[in-house]
Design a protein around this ligand. Structure first.
Ligand code: P71
Length: 457
């Protein structure tokens, strides 16, 4: 694996510094051992998320000066439309302030109590928006996704026979929406192959189920297809993206990921009647359809960011950087998911801290420890983020994997920063048996990881 040098140089810098060990300990206590509660000046390297945290280019910053802040009909909207039409090719779209707003509108139009929504794996906000309508999210990722060391090119793939059987059994009339997430964030940022997307599309279409792609990291997915899927070596990421979206009826997008912006997203679709309703809902919740909760300058930044996110040199560097982090962790004996996904390294906290039962939240424990050790913020994606109380049995249900994710903001950190992360994780690896578990003291019902409070057991 090659780690290509950055295809950019740095024009603006933002100072960061590491506070002392005692201060980090105090910060953890004040945050109730929830890393979402930290202040950014208490963090040295912030790998909480790659969402909206990246660096914009000089071209994006200069385009922002051209932002047209007209309420209705801003030229910035039409510049964004040209980009979105070219890449995604759906008949209609509305801008939204971020991905979950697009999910909210889609869910409010299509879902009601008792409905089911399949995907490879829903991510947290998608899952919560489905549950908030009284519907049930279901995950049918291939079983290979759970094998941490198995070398498989497309661990984000949907288990197509399982999806088909589920639809037959449930009845298409109870499934008003079918989805797939590219790349599959909850399952390690792993890609979905074109062949699998084609199969998925065929199944949904055969049953008349509207097929929406959760497209956040579609450019990284397209690059994986170019690198790994036979027949795509000579196709550009843009051509591959067009082919992926032509298989679907619509998409939800958080442009804070592969759109390379700090804020923004959109909801796109082909169906005229559904779009008329989406537009009304948007006006009620977000804003007029030519700005959708964003400023004109945000639309400009997105129009350019979406194109930059598809540039082959950028994608080669981007995926190389993620692989560098994963390779470093693996070399240090840390159980990191292989092969590397697109945007983050994922560590199997359940395996790294086998002395902790799941209700003591090993993922939470490892992420707290990584901050304590090196001032590095990661995020738990295990029993805190994806566990829930079953409404029928009242019992706690755990997800299959107990993960800690280190997401890499785009165009932000250097290899030396990642070396610090690897060294911190490696130091924890030397003293795993001294690491405590945690219990939840307070938590809301949905999306509890953002605000839950913990204490060590
Ligand atoms: C990510 C996020 C956002 C997040 C999650 C947990 C902690 C901090 C930040 C957001 C996604 C996503 C997918 C596949 C929809 C959304 C919502 N991801 N689908 O991974 O990954 O988009 O944040 O713009 O509303 O860190 P939104």
């Amino acid at each position: 694996m090659a780690y290509p040098p950055e295809p950019f140089r740095i024009k603006t810098v933002e100072p960061i510094q590491q506070i002392g060990r005692a201060e980090r300990e105090a910060a953890l206590r004040a945050a109730h051992f929830n890393l979402f509660g930290l202040r950014s000046d208490q963090i040295f390297i912030d790998l909480l998320t790659d969402s909206g945290t990246g660096a914009m280019s000089d071209r994006q910053w200069s385009a922002m000066m051209l932002g047209d802040e007209t309420y209705a009909g801003a030229t910035s909207f039409y510049r964004l439309k040209e980009t979105i039409d070219q890449i995604f090719g759906f008949a209609h779209f509305v801008p939204t302030h971020q991905g979950r707003a697009a999910e909210h509108i889609l869910a409010s139009l299509l879902l009601g109590p008792g409905n089911k929504v399949p995907s490879n794996s829903h991510f947290d906000t998608t899952e919560a928006n489905i549950r908030a309508r009284g519907s049930q999210p279901l995950n049918f990722v291939i079983p290979e996704a759970l094998d941490f060391e198995l070398d498989h090119p497309f661990k984000g793939n949907m288990d197509l026979p399982k999806l088909e059987a589920f639809i037959e059994q449930t009845g298409a009339e109870n499934i008003p929406l079918g989805m797939i997430t590219i790349t599959n964030n909850a399952g390690g940022g792993q890609p979905v192959s074109m062949e699998n997307l084609r199969g998925c599309s065929a199944i949904y279409r055969k049953h008349g189920i509207p097929f929406f792609i959760d497209a956040c990291r579609y450019a990284e997915n397209a690059y994986f297809i170019q690198q790994r899927e036979p027949g795509y070596q000579d196709r550009s990421p843009l051509e591959i993206a067009k082919e992926m979206f032509a298989l679907a009826d619509g998409a939800t997008m958080s442009s804070k990921k592969d759109g390379l912006v700090n804020i923004g997203g959109f909801l796109a679709m082909n169906d005229d009647e559904l779009f008329a309703r989406a537009r009304n809902e948007l006006i009620l919740r977000e804003g007029f359809p030519t700005y959708g909760g964003l400023a004109g300058r945000d639309l400009e930044a997105m129009a350019i960011g979406l194109r930059e996110g598809l540039e082959p040199a950028y994608l080669e560097y981007r995926l190389g950087q993620t692989a560098y982090l994963v390779d470093g962790l693996v070399a240090a004996g840390i159980p990191a998911l292989q092969p590397a996904g697109g945007h983050a390294a994922y560590v199997d906290a359940g395996r790294m801290l086998p002395h902790l039962p799941r209700l003591q939240f090993p993922g939470q424990s490892l992420s707290v420890e990584l901050y304590r050790e090196g001032g590095v913020r990661s995020v738990e994606l295990g029993s805190v983020a994806f566990g829930y109380t079953d409404p029928e049995t009242g019992k706690e249900v755990h997800p299959e994997l107990e993960l800690v994710r280190m997401a890499i903001p785009r165009r932000m950190y250097t290899q030396a920063h990642l070396d610090h992360v690897i060294a911190s994780m490696s130091a924890i690896g030397q003293r795993v048996d001294q690491i405590p578990g945690y219990r939840i003291v307070k938590a809301p019902e949905l999306l509890r990881h953002f605000t839950a409070e913990f204490e060590p057991v």
